[in-house]
Design a binder for this molecule. Structure first.
Ligand code: NAG
Length: 496
């Protein structure tokens, strides 16, 4: 095949230095998420999630007017996904549970037999192949019935989520040892309410996002504490939440201080309450939003405070840090009267900043994606500096293209350059314990529909059976995984 040559060449280029092995206990995985792959949105007793409703209500907000109704049909084709994970040599496979498939009413009074069976079968098949299941509880698909009650802006959502988490831990915790409670609150709170370009499509900039942030922190903490008290003694697993972080750099030397403040908005909002010694919101951010709110004539800050009891409850609710990294931004101060774009895409009006990129950062497919591999190493160092010498699992990293072919040298390059930065971070002394490729198979990429592709495997979305075929990047990644090293030029095997 024509792409084989490209693979071999890209393996040889840049593989001169030796000693590029990963630590022996370092683990490699790949990830997917329920709404993006499962399809089967209305089978059995499954109820609609906010994404099922959103794509029906606002089809124009999906770039190609598509939906996740069928997606990769993984609800039916999951055996193929397990086969792929096994062929790639993955140590773990990260997938998410659809809350509406497991608990159709959203509450623990209904546990679906079919939903239970689907996830049991998947978990068992992975374990049979020696692949560890890493399970995300919430990857953005809230039950619509709970959205009708206010969703993430209703304080009760943390109890609803906690009940769901307990059911999942009790059903699957004997076999699932690594849990992610929430995937990327920065997306399902900040992007959602600042742009309305994701489900549930509600615009409430500067208000809804902060309510959501607080309730997400409490939801995570409740789930962690339930695991800690009721399940850890018998199952001895680990629980954290995945944070997507855009590494931020100052546009120039005048922007150094505002950049550090911006990192507290980017990282601190979802990490300071959990991972810092003091807990609570990052003080600098809490102060700025309180002052802004006062100036706006509000009687209370738009950022709802934590009580001391809540601070203590949330603090320390982690077993490791889970990082999703794709891209970076530069920060510069806005001028008086500037129009500022929505956080965290183009700016942050609460900090009076613009976000931009350096001209030399190459643009990948989809609007937000610029490539800066060094950002990953720098972000890892920042996390260690601020939250201590904790284990960090990279739960997502990968490359978007519009190219559907199997020949994807740019994706191979992206993986290679980012894995190099992971090795450098490990040399720096950061405890990176594993790496997860996003994503294993092309899937429904939210508002980008099926246009942008992240897959190691291509999916033929015209084919009713959704034929899966390995890209060059699948061969590359599998060689890295199997040789446990970036020195893969002469270890290439064509066995996918
Ligand atoms: C499920 O949704 C599909 C559209 O994706 C529709 O054709 C089918 O009739 C629905 N099935 C049920 C049982 O409602």
């Amino acid at each position: 095949m024509c792409w084989l040559r490209t693979v071999v060449i890209s393996f040889i280029v840049g593989t001169v230095v030796g000693g590029r092995d990963f630590p022996p206990d370092f683990k490699f995985g790949a990830a997917t998420a329920a709404y993006q792959v499962e399809g089967a949105w209305n089978v059995s007793d499954k109820s609609p999630s906010i994404w099922d409703s959103y794509i029906r209500r606002y089809p124009e907000r999906i770039i190609d007017g598509s939906s996740g109704d069928v997606a990769c049909d993984s609800y039916n084709q999951w055996r193929k996904d397990v086969e792929i994970a096994s062929n790639l040599g993955l140590h773990f496979y990260r997938f998410s549970i659809a809350w509406t498939r497991l608990m159709p009413s959203g509450f623990p009074n209904t546990v679906s037999e079919d939903g239970k069976k689907f996830y049991n079968d998947l978990i068992d098949a992975l374990l049979e192949k020696g692949i560890e299941p890493v399970v995300t509880l919430y990857h953005w698909d809230l039950p619509q019935s709970l959205q009708d009650l206010g969703g993430w802006t209703n304080p009760l959502v943390s109890d609803w989520f906690a009940d769901y988490a307990r059911i999942a831990f009790s059903l699957f915790g004997d076999r699932v040892k690594t849990w992610i409670t929430l995937n990327e609150p920065i997306i399902f709170c900040e992007i959602v309410y600042n742009t309305a370009m994701h489900a549930p499509g509600i615009l409430s900039a500067g208000v809804g996002n902060y309510l959501c942030n607080k309730h997400a922190m409490l939801a995570h903490a409740k789930a962690w504490r339930i695991y800690d008290e009721e399940f850890r003694p018998k199952y001895n697993g680990k629980v954290s939440l995945s944070n997507q972080i855009l590494w931020l750099e100052p546009e120039n030397e005048n922007d150094v201080e505002i950049t550090e403040t911006s990192r507290q908005l980017m990282v601190g909002m979802f990490s300071h309450p959990i991972f810092s010694k003091e807990g609570g919101w990052p003080p600098v951010i809490e102060k700025i939003i309180a002052e802004k709110s006062k100036k706006e004539g509000l009687s209370k800050s738009r950022l709802p405070p934590f009580t001391q009891e809540e601070i203590d409850f949330v603090k320390g609710t982690y077993d490791f840090f889970a990082l999703n990294y794709y891209t970076s931004r530069t920060v510069k101060k806005a001028k008086e009267g500037d129009r500022i774009g929505p956080w965290p895409m183009n700016g942050a009006s609460d900090l009076d900043i613009h976000l931009t990129v350096r001209p030399e950062w190459k643009h990948a497919a989809t609007s937000w994606f610029y490539i800066y591999p060094e950002g990953l190493r720098r972000q890892l160092a920042w996390l260690k500096e601020h939250y201590g010498d904790i284990e960090i699992l990279i739960t997502e990293n990968g490359y978007a293209s519009y190219d559907i072919s199997e020949d994807d040298p740019d994706r191979v390059q992206y993986y290679k350059e980012h894995l190099e930065q992971v090795l450098l971070a490990i040399e720096d002394g950061v405890k990176v314990s594993g790496y997860t490729a996003w994503t294993m198979i092309d899937n429904f990429e939210w508002s980008d529909g099926y246009r942008s592709k992240f897959g190691l495997y291509k999916i033929d979305f015209e084919d009713p059976l959704r034929k899966r075929s390995p890209r060059a990047s699948a061969h590359y990644y599998s060689s890295v995984v199997k040789s446990h090293s970036l020195d893969v030029d002469n270890k290439f095997t064509d066995e996918l």
